[in-house]
Design a protein around this ligand. Structure first.
Ligand code: OAD
Length: 226
């Protein structure tokens, strides 16, 4: 069976990382327009670096939970494509390989001048030079609002080929990821949603498993068998 999984901030919530749209979520405490757009970075790069330096530190301190581990185990038994909107590396640290980060990654840096990419230091600052071209235009390798998500060709193909599409811990508010269930469903996949609460695109799923990911994901993986 070919399985495509999409994860969102909810899968890392029980590892202690804040989600975006909860009452105490990141977008309640920081305005998207101030920290997560190319315009924000052009206006105040130091503020944007501070925001992502804090996210990077939190992610480094967090540990993968049972849901991340269950997905890593699933890959050894099934043909799995793991797509994440998350910029943390908890899937990798749980043992998953070839994770598709459509919104980029906190562990990577990008030069806005020459497009060179490298492993991000723990703390990035606007004045640091690019190791390749020396321009002082370094930024986190994160996809901001108004930018194209990464790896979309591979993703659309994986969704079209999937027998089963599962979305875990995502509110279904941000496209293109919010449209993955509709695309996979139209191409013939069964679509399952796992969330602790209602999502904005619940109508696109055939089945819904309600509960915390650290319980629902391991149970679902166990139910698939070998
Ligand atoms: P959101 O914060 O929008 O949604 C998190 C979802 O996780 C919600 O639907 C919660 O109900 C659910 N959730 C919370 N705790 C959970 C748990 N323990 N188990 C299962 N589900 C749980 O986060 P995303 O949907 O990932 O993009 O947000 C998508 C994108 O919006 C992010 O990648 C980010 C943000 O703006 C960029 O920054 C470009």
């Amino acid at each position: 069976m070919r399985i495509a999984v999409l994860t969102g901030a909810g899968i890392s919530a029980e590892s202690g990382l804040a989600t975006f749209r909860a009452g105490d979520g990141l977008w309640e405490r920081h305005r998207v327009e101030d920290v997560a757009t190319p315009e924000a970075f052009a206006r105040d790069p130091a503020l944007v670096h501070r925001f992502y330096n804090a996210r990077r530190a939190k992610a480094a301190d967090a540990r993968p939970n049972a849901a991340h581990r269950a997905l890593a185990a699933l890959a050894s038994r099934h043909d799995l494509v793991l797509i994440t909107q998350n910029v943390d590396d908890l899937h990798e640290r749980a043992g998953s390989r070839s994770v598709i980060h459509i919104h980029g990654s906190l562990t990577r840096a990008l030069c806005a001048a020459c497009a060179h990419r490298w492993d991000a230091p723990a703390v990035m600052s606007a004045g640091d030079p690019c190791p390749a071209c020396a321009a002082r235009a370094i930024r986190p390798d994160i996809v901001w609002f108004g930018e194209m998500p990464h790896h979309m060709e591979i993703v659309w193909e994986a969704l079209a080929a999937a027998d089963l599409f599962v979305a875990i811990g995502t509110s279904g508010n941000v496209y293109p990821a919010a449209g993955f269930a509709q695309h996979a469903g139209r191409c013939g996949a069964e679509c399952i949603e796992m969330n602790i609460d209602d999502s904005a695109n619940a109508r696109d799923f055939d089945r819904r498993i309600l509960g915390p990911a650290s319980q629902t994901v391991p149970d679902w993986v166990a139910s698939l068998g070998a």
